[in-house]
Design a protein around this ligand. Structure first.
Ligand code: SF4
Length: 260
């Protein structure tokens, strides 16, 4: 005679094989959001000029007034604010800069400021020692080599401490309206990948690829719009695909909902 345990196992096995009648007659569940869409990168489809143009058109429509969120009055203040924005929110930077620029309003004043005094002002933005060094170094460089004016070329800007390509693109695009490249920050990087405009995760490479497929007259606006979209809709952890104007064009594996 089989033990109680063995009998129970046999019943469990049998019932596992039996079709679930209840499931067959159950009402269909409310349309469940798809969690995945075909995320395979297909350059022919994804980089087609019509598709890219449609993405730009929809972004323009959704964010007609997208601008840099860092408060600034001139190129110098924007340069400093952009240096401060590394690993920090724009809102936090905007809390710090008014007092910083009240105390040190020009590159000259900042160049003369003691490093610990700058550190104290910017402490809450994080990495404040390195940032203070960059800001102080940038001020000295601009005073010493550029007559107190933030330079207007990529090559010159890249010689300024704290100004890598992303920062230089922000300053050129926003302060001087010069389209030298595409700003690739964390949002632009994430969204460009989700939208299959690139499969690279290296910002410099992504920028070069975006410059190939986006018309130059959209380089500046595209970054602002994508940054807004990344903050409001295509959020890193849980993109709000159901509210996304680009949803029908998006094949990202990160989608939380899909219509196709
Ligand atoms: S929110 Fe969703 S649908 Fe829109 S771009 Fe991001 S991942 Fe794609």
């Amino acid at each position: 005679m089989p033990s109680t345990k063995t009998a129970a196992k046999t019943v469990a096995k049998k019932s596992a094989k039996r079709p679930n009648v209840n499931a067959a007659i159950a009402k269909p569940a409310a349309a469940k959001p798809k969690t995945k869409a075909s995320g395979q990168f297909d350059p022919k489809r994804d980089l087609a000029p019509e598709r890219v143009a449609e993405i730009l058109r929809r972004l323009d429509a959704a964010y007609p007034n997208a601008e840099c969120a860092l408060i600034h009055r001139n190129a110098w203040e924007l340069l400093v604010a952009t240096i401060l924005s590394a690993q920090c929110t724009d809102a936090r930077v905007n809390m710090v800069t008014p007092e910083l620029f009240r105390k040190y309003p020009t590159p000259q004043a900042m160049a003369e400021a003691p490093l610990p005094a700058i550190e104290e002002e910017i402490r809450s933005t994080g990495f404040y020692r390195n940032k203070a060094k960059s800001i102080s170094g940038a001020a000295k460089k601009i005073v010493g080599e550029f007559k107190g004016q933030v330079p207007r070329t990529m090559a010159e800007l890249l010689t300024v401490p704290g100004a890598a390509r992303k920062t230089a693109n922000v300053v050129l695009g926003v302060a001087y309206k010069i389209a030298e490249g595409v700003v690739v920050d964390t949002h632009v990087l994430r969204l460009s990948n989700r939208l299959s405009l690139t499969i690279s995760t290296e910002p410099k490479k992504v920028e070069q690829e975006l410059m190939q497929i986006i018309p130059k007259d959209h380089w500046i606006a595209f970054s602002h719009e994508l940054i807004h979209h990344g903050r409001q809709v295509c959020i890193a952890r849980k993109p709000r695909c159901v509210d996304c104007t680009l949803e029908t064009l998006c094949h990202s594996k990160d989608k939380t909902w899909s219509s196709h």
